[in-house]
Each structure stands twice: as structure tokens, then as C-alpha cells.
Design a protein around this ligand. Structure first.
Ligand code: UTP
Length: 297
């Protein structure tokens, strides 16, 4: 059995340019699927996996995120006075114990690897998780919990992996597969954003990782990679070169890329339809829209 994973880093310092102008004044992580912001889905998944310390790597213009996890005494008082208990319970899902949440700043958006490295002192000498809020994953048990359970047996580093169409490999870190054992994939290399014709496989890394402190040591070198950014993939690939064990994990569940507009719309439809209080009205609406679309063809 390996050391327990109790800390998670949430890198939220990116510019979110694909959602401009919305993200000019609102952090991407506050964009909402039905009635919960992306960051809430990420925190809920981490909590379900047993994470106790939540480390946010933020940047200028992200104060709405800190406010989101703060107490809201006026709002809570008003709801209490008017007896709105259900809403108070909903609000309680944003509570995080004092001291369980920490914020560090990434002063310049130098890449995901750099953002993770900014949290190195808070992580210390323990394995840690990294959760990208863009990737919302519907899964039971939730994806990070599946990974932490598998990691208890494997140790080392683990990345969530999913098959993608070959023509899209240049949007992902892609795994070079050494061997497969059920959902576990032993990895002999990783390439960031390879062109389809040179991609070592179509098994791509998505935004859940369990990493060892040695990956932080590789990030210390601050080498820029694909797109001129300091890439987390490169540091994990370096760990493989140094003989460290790295596994891909084919999680059970459906991942939505909420960093893209199409993925965000798909997630909105899926999570809307999954809600009992909205399902009938929303599916009737969608059926009507599809009918219009077919008639127009
Ligand atoms: P993305 O590649 O999606 O970049 O980052 P982005 O800035 O968020 O969005 P676009 O592409 O401009 O629309 C993946 C994750 O890494 C974080 C982002 O916040 C996001 O969670 N990130 C990226 C950082 O924290 N710092 C960086 O320098 C880069």
C-alpha cells in the first residue's frame, strides 16, 4: 500500500481565452453547468476521493473564486430568516473548513507545469493530485476516487487516460504504451500535442493526475516545451526516463471538455437532462429543437 493522497492542486491561473469575452471579468472556473460552477464539480470530486487539502494556483482577476469558497453571512442570514432551509443546504456545499484551502499565485501564465510547480512548497514530500476544472467527468465512483484506489496498489505517478480520435492528438498529451492490464496502462513515454501521424497512440491524458514530489523536482528546471509553455507532460516524461513508474488509468465515466465551447454545451445538455427537476421540460425542448433542425435540412 502506498502513501495516502490527501492534497490536490487546482491550477486555475490560465487566461481562458476560448471563452472571451465572458472570461474578461469572470474566471472560467466560475462558468456554470446548470447551477453549479465548474470549480464546484472539481471540489466535490476531490472531496469524494478523500482529499483534505485544496491548493488553488490562481492569478490576477480570480478573486471571485476565493469569494465563492468564503462564508456569505448576509445571504445565509436572509435565507435563514425566510426559512429557506433547502437553499441553505445547497449553499453549505460551498463550505470548506478554514485552513483546508490555500491559494498561491502564478504571476505569469507560463504553462500548466509551471502552475503546478508554484504549489511545490505546499505539497512538500507527499504524493499529490492535480485536478483540471475544465475536465468535468461524470463517473461513479468519481474519477479521482477510482484513481486513488488504483494508485494505492501501484504507487508512482498516474494519469487519467481516454481514447481520442487520431485527428485530435495535437490537442493532448499522448501516451506511449508499454503494457496493459485491465484499466491500467504501463507507460514508457509521453508526448505533448503530437501531430496525428507521429502520435505514439490515441490514448490521451486528461485532467486528473496523481504525482510524486519527484515530478516537482523535474519542474524545477523550468524548461519550456510545446507552445513555449512549461508542460506538466514533459516533467512526467522525464520521470519515466529517470526510471519512475507511470501508469495511465482508463477511468469509467464520461468526460466533458468544458474548456471548449462545444464541450461546455454538451455538458450543459447532459447535466441538465440528468436533473430530475429539469428533465421533462428540458428534454421536450430539446426534442422540439431537433425536430426544427430536421425539418430545416
Ligand atoms: P488551458 O490550456 O485550457 O488554458 O489550461 P486556459 O488559459 O485555461 O484556457 P484557453 O486555452 O486560453 O481558453 C489548462 C488548465 O491549466 C491552467 C488553466 O487554468 C486550466 O485549468 N493553467 C494553464 C494555469 O493555471 N496556468 C497556466 O500558465 C496555464
Amino acid at each position: 500500500m502506498q502513501g495516502k493522497v490527501t492534497k490536490a492542486i487546482f491550477p486555475v491561473a490560465g487566461l481562458g481565452t476560448r471563452f472571451l469575452p465572458a472570461t474578461k471579468s469572470i474566471p472560467k472556473e466560475i462558468l456554470t453547468l446548470v447551477d453549479r460552477p465548474l470549480i464546484q464539480y472539481a471540489i466535490d470530486e476531490a472531496r469524494a476521493a478523500g482529499i483534505e487539502q485544496f491548493i488553488f494556483v490562481t492569478s490576477r482577476g480570480k478573486s471571485a473564486l476565493e469569494d465563492y469558497f468564503d462564508a456569505a453571512p448576509e445571504l445565509e442570514g436572509a435565507l435563514r430568516r425566510s426559512g429557506k432551509t433547502a437553499l441553505l443546504e445547497t449553499l453549505a456545499t460551498t463550505d470548506v473548513d478554514s485552513g483546508a484551502i490555500a491559494y498561491v499565485r502564478q504571476h505569469r501564465p507560463l504553462g500548466l507545469g509551471h502552475a503546478v510547480w508554484c504549489a511545490r512548497r505546499l505539497v512538500g514530500d507527499e504524493p499529490f493530485a492535480v485536478v483540471l476544472t475544465d475536465d468535468v467527468i461524470a463517473g461513479e465512483p468519481p474519477c479521482l476516487q477510482q484513481m486513488i484506489e488504483a494508485h494505492a496498489e501501484t504507487g508512482g505517478c498516474m494519469v487519467a487516460a481516454t481514447e481520442v480520435p487520431r485527428e485530435t492528438t495535437s490537442s493532448y498529451g499522448v501516451l506511449d504504451i508499454a503494457a496493459e492490464d485491465g484499466p491500467l496502462v504501463r507507460v514508457r513515454g509521453m508526448v505533448e500535442k503530437p501531430r496525428p501521424e507521429v502520435a505514439p497512440s490515441t490514448l490521451a491524458v486528461i485532467g486528473r493526475y496523481i504525482l510524486t514530489p519527484r515530478v516537482m523536482a523535474h519542474l524545477d528546471r523550468q524548461r519550456a516545451g510545446a507552445g513555449g509553455e512549461i508542460q506538466l507532460t514533459d516533467a512526467i516524461a522525464e520521470e519515466i526516463r529517470c526510471g519512475g513508474a507511470v501508469h495511465g488509468f482508463r477511468f469509467r465515466g464520461r468526460r466533458y471538455d468544458c474548456g471548449s465551447k462545444a464541450g461546455f454545451l454538451q455538458a450543459t445538455a447532459a447535466f441538465g437532462l440528468a436533473r430530475e427537476d429539469l428533465r421533462d421540460e428540458f428534454s421536450a425542448f430539446l426534442g422540439g429543437v431537433m425536430g426544427f433542425a430536421r425539418a430545416a435540412e
